[in-house]
Design a protein. Structure first.
Length: 438
């Protein structure tokens, strides 16, 4: 039967759980953890601070002294019948190392001596006179007038001052290219002026008319079908080219094998009889005179090689002549486009994006890279929405403006290079450990 004891209400200690075997129940929470050791440690630390400081932080010289002589009168002082002091006197005799809290009142931040400070003009504010002057200047009243005169010289066309040092090199004036004063040439083959922001057609609307949307959908479908046909035709041509090259390589290998077999049969007829001699020396094959058939064969082969060389030269000359015609045609087209641009052939305000999409570009464009294709901004029939809240915006204004600048010829097309080519570094190790002197 468990013992029933009196409840300890005045101990002042925190509730604790001494036998804590499991931490899964509610009794193992933080509020029921035993903190007796922590409280005892804090009390001990406070007592050490009162006595003069923490013992662990003090040096050994402050805690211990070495007695080399001893005290002979200590035995006489500590007699057995010495009177003991009271506990109250011992408590009063103890003095704490921590100073006591002062009882006098300390002045606060808002405490003043009762004197009102003198008023002074604030320097960070604008005075009334300055404010009135600024208002008059804003209204157009000026105390002094400045006469404006037209400049009689060009500030940017100032002559270069001669160098003071006669031996110093003379810096030549930078010459402006003549193309800076010319108008940019558009990439449209017709040479007409292209507007910076073309007007979109009816098929580009998010809520288009059925006729405009059907026409644009059919146009984009034909383009996609044509591109797919070109891709399939290129793949078929590549496949046929690979098959032809493989067939020609197989035929060449077979012909070489036949030639090797025929030479081996001609040489191996009397090889066994001529190889063995009585003196044991290898027999040297005597050069035989060529037959008329062999001479005719060699002659025909030389004539065929000369004819092939002549045909190749004629073919190269023809290609050059065709290329010359293409170059002249390109120059004529460029001159025609320049003339149309200078004369302002057509007004570009009424152009739409559909008309620009059907325009043919020039074969010779600016820069090394071709004009990038425009993004397909087309919503499929099942993606059309009848509410603006469900609308998904299409296109990118930044890409449109950049492509417009390319089409107008103001910027040449470039290719994005994410990783630039870095300079190659060669790491060598100096053999400084060999440079020693005895």
């Amino acid at each position: 039967m468990p013992a029933i004891g009196q409840r300890s209400g005045g101990s002042g200690d925190a509730p604790s759980q001494y036998n804590q075997r499991s931490r899964k129940g509610k009794k193992a929470w933080r509020k029921n953890v035993d903190v007796t050791e922590v409280q005892e440690g804090l009390e001990e630390l406070n007592n050490e601070l009162i006595r003069g400081g923490v013992i662990r932080e003090k040096a050994s010289e402050d805690l211990f002294t070495i007695d080399v002589k001893g005290d002979a009168a200590a035995a006489k002082k500590l007699s057995k019948h010495r009177s003991k002091t009271l506990k109250a006197d011992e408590v009063l005799a103890q003095r704490s190392a921590i100073p006591a809290v002062p009882m006098r009142k300390r002045p606060g931040d808002k405490t003043t001596n009762g004197l009102v400070p003198a008023k002074r003009a604030r320097k960070d504010w604008v005075s009334h006179s300055e404010l009135a002057r600024l208002k008059r200047v804003a209204d157009g009243e000026h105390t002094s007038t400045i006469e404006l005169r037209d400049a009689t010289f060009d500030l940017w066309d100032a002559p270069i001052e001669p160098p003071k040092d006669p031996n110093a090199p003379v810096v030549a004036k930078i010459k402006q290219p003549k193309t800076m004063s010319e108008a940019p040439i558009s990439l449209v083959a017709s040479g007409k002026k292209v507007s910076a922001v073309p007007t979109p057609g009816g098929g580009y609307s998010y809520n288009p008319v059925f006729a405009d949307y059907e026409d644009r959908l059919a146009l984009e479908g034909e383009k996609a079908v044509g591109a797919e046909r070109k891709r399939l035709a290129a793949e078929e041509a590549d496949r046929l080219k690979q098959e032809a090259s493989a067939r020609s390589a197989a035929e060449a290998d077979a012909a070489e094998e036949r030639a090797n077999m025929s030479e081996w049969e001609e040489d191996s007829e009397w090889e066994g009889f001529q190889s063995g001699t009585e003196d044991g020396k290898p027999a040297v094959k005597r050069p035989e005179r060529k037959t008329p058939a062999q001479r005719n064969k060699i002659k025909r082969r030389k004539e065929e090689e000369q004819l092939a060389k002549h045909k190749a030269a004629v073919r190269a000359q023809r290609t050059q002549s065709h290329r010359l015609k293409e170059i002249t045609a390109e120059l004529d087209a460029e001159e025609h486009s320049k003339a149309l641009v200078l004369a302002g052939a057509e007004d570009a305000e009424s152009e739409t994006e559909d008309e620009l999409a059907t325009e043919k570009l020039r074969r010779r464009q600016l820069g090394k890279f071709k004009l990038p294709e425009k993004d397909l901004e087309l919503v499929l029939p099942e993606e059309l929405e009848d509410s603006l809240r469900l609308l998904k915006p299409e296109g990118n204004l930044l890409k449109d403006r950049y492509r417009s600048m390319l089409v107008r010829g103001k910027v040449e097309s470039r290719r994005h290079i994410p990783f630039h080519k870095q300079a190659k570094k060669k790491v060598t190790e100096k053999w400084t450990h060999k440079d020693f002197v005895l």
